[in-house]
Write a protein that binds this ligand. Structure first.
Ligand SMILES: [Zn+2]
Length: 134
């Protein structure tokens, strides 16, 4: 199963600065709902690939892509990632995320559901499941 840890482990270059954090609670680099994990995993895999190519071309460690955070805010994918020539790639994934259910990854009939000042981007089926639990 896809997990955040699995994504960290499969992308050692772009998450190379992860270990530098001090003690205490571990810093969260990826914080999205389960439905967006496949999308985030694909984004990270592409960034890792870009990093490999850049490394082969002599780009210095400091300039290689490095993830600070990938999070959800108001149903939008927010990425804080440093590096060269990666803005277009990131923008492309942020655009894709606008249509993907945060719960189940479906991209069919998704819409924003507001509940107690919390916003969720859900497909029709997940909205129905959500409402039936209330
Ligand atoms: Zn759904």
């Amino acid at each position: 199963m896809l997990s955040v840890t699995k994504i960290y482990n499969s992308c050692p270059i772009i998450f190379r600065n992860r270990q530098r954090q001090g003690s205490g609670s571990p810093y969260v680099y990826i914080d999205v709902m389960p439905g967006w994990l496949p999308l985030v995993s694909d984004l990270c895999a592409e960034l890792e690939q870009v990093a490999h190519v850049q490394m082969a071309n002599g780009v210095t460690q400091a300039e290689l892509p490095s993830v600070r955070s990938i999070k959800t805010k108001f149903c939008q994918l927010r990425c804080s990632i440093s590096g060269r020539n990666i803005d277009h790639l990131i923008a492309c994934y942020c655009e894709k995320a606008k249509h993907i259910c945060e719960q189940c990854s479906s991209d069919i009939n998704t819409g924003i559901l507001e509940f107690n000042e919390t916003y969720l981007l859900l497909c029709e089926r997940c909205v129905m499941q959500f409402r039936s639990r209330l």
